[in-house]
Design a protein around this ligand. Structure first.
Ligand code: HEC
Ligand code: HEC
Length: 382
């Protein structure tokens, strides 16, 4: 018989059998009640002699029931196992020597948190629709960027500032805050700095959705391990300081067509409902954001800009990346909201953190534009 009909049919038969037995039983009792006392007693005696048979039938029914439960359970287990094997066959296998490739999006459908994952991805791609100027949830809570403006392909692009190592490395001690940071705290860091906005309630559905999506992206990466291709590329240092003046020329030639000559972004054709994101000014990230550090900006643009570039086919030289970083990060933007609180241990400040005090005597300007090698060498010797 076809497997698919076997279990339902078996349960139906069993239910019929039990109903039948109960009916026969109550029928005998009802009929017995109507007899005169002597005949009733005779009948009871008669029935009593066959009581063992009734018990046998009930035992048989119970046995069938137990068998049914077992069959249903093993059937379910088999199906789950088959599903697991199918998923594993298409799920990316972790290999420390090769780039981590994000799992195929359709696989999220089979995750227990499928709905949350899809919502989380949408929040990251279309952050403006939820928190932007006309946002559905908290309008005006953030600047003009989406998470995806900086975490490309919904945080799944190799060296595109992806989220691959988040699941495997959080919670982690972070020197910027001097505390143990959870994923929610790290996401809120980006809300308050990169999106120059307000933190989300860490128990909200939105926070849980983004966490579920980020967790899913890193499924299969061993705890504590950062896969290849994570985060940003490290652009080799220049011998000289990065130059905003040279950067302006590169910007006009290679970036202004999308981000605007004034850096404020441009409408994206055909309907212009969305726009290329602004690189400075009120609509952009504030001075506390990761991209405000020259090495982060240079690493981001080197492997990702102009749009279409990748770490395998970069379109900027190392010098162009650094000079662009110097130019863009010299333009006006929202101030640092946490200047006093960040980097409580100043010896942990990264070489390109452009706000003193420092434990070395290099000036702020050199921490901002370089040359960085002397700073890094000095701190190595310490
Ligand atoms: C203006 C650019 C920008 C925007 C917008 C932005 N981020 Fe980030 N984000 C960064 C940078 C830069 C880093 C740090 C990269 C580094 O230090 O290597 C980062 C780091 C993170 C990390 C930690 C990654 C890790 O591996 O440690 C998470 C999680 C994160 N962002 C989530 C978000 C979410 C969610 C949003 C939207 C709500 C968002 N970010 C918006 C630039 C941005
Ligand atoms: C063809 C259009 C295009 C060009 C040219 C281009 N960008 Fe972008 N840029 C984008 C888009 C689109 C995004 C947002 C990515 C997304 O939403 O998927 C972006 C995002 C960015 C971001 C992060 C978000 C923000 O606003 O801070 C930076 C920084 C950036 N670009 C810098 C540059 C630089 C520097 C150049 C020149 C080398 C450049 N871009 C050239 C289209 C472009």
């Amino acid at each position: 018989m076809n497997q698919q009909y076997f279990l339902p049919l078996m349960w139906l038969t069993l239910a019929g059998l039990i109903t039948g037995l109960i009916m026969v039983n109550s029928h005998i009792q009802l009929a017995g009640n109507r007899l005169n006392p002597e005949t009733q007693e005779a009948l009871n005696k008669h029935l009593h002699r066959f009581a063992w048979m009734r018990h046998l039938v009930w035992i048989f029914v119970l046995l069938l029931f137990a068998l049914g439960v077992l069959a249903t359970y093993t059937h379910q287990e088999k199906r789950n196992q088959a599903l697991l094997e199918k998923r594993q066959a298409v799920w990316p296998v972790f290999n420390p020597a090769t780039l981590w490739i994000a799992p195929n999006a359709y696989l999220a459908e089979t995750d227990a948190e499928a709905e949350l994952i899809a919502y989380g991805r949408d929040l990251i791609v279309h952050t403006q629709d939820y928190f932007g100027k006309d946002g559905l949830l908290h309008s005006g809570a953030i600047n003009e960027l989406n998470c995806q403006s900086c975490h490309l392909d919904a945080g799944s692009k190799p060296f595109g500032n992806n989220y691959f190592a988040v699941q495997s490395t959080y919670p982690q001690m972070r020197a910027r805050s001097g505390t143990l940071e959870t994923v929610s705290k790290r996401i809120n860091d980006c809300f308050q700095r990169s999106l120059n906005g307000q933190a989300l309630d860490s128990t909200s559905r939105e926070m849980n959705a983004m966490k579920a999506y980020i967790r899913w992206l890193g499924t299969g990466i061993p705890q504590g391990v950062k896969p290849k291709g994570v985060g940003l590329v490290e652009v080799p240092f220049l011998e000289r300081a990065a130059s905003p003046e040279i950067g302006r020329g590169v910007f006009m030639a290679k970036c202004a067509s999308c981000h605007g000559a004034d850096g404020q972004g441009l409408p994206i054709p055909p309907d212009g409902a969305r726009k290329y994101p602004p690189l400075w000014g009120e609509g952009s990230y504030n001075e506390a954001a990761g991209l405000f550090r020259l090495s982060r900006f240079a690493g981001y643009v080197k492997a990702n800009m102009p749009l279409g570039a990748s770490f395998e086919s970069p379109q900027l030289s190392d010098e162009e990346a650094w000079d662009l970083a110097a130019f863009v990060n010299s333009q006006p933007r929202p101030k640092h909201p946490f200047l006093g609180a960040d980097w409580p241990d100043i010896s942990k400040k990264p070489f390109d953190h452009p706000f003193g005090p420092y434990r070395d005597s290099f000036p702020e300007a050199q921490h901002k534009f370089g040359p960085f090698k002397p700073i890094v060498d000095f701190n190595k010797k310490k």
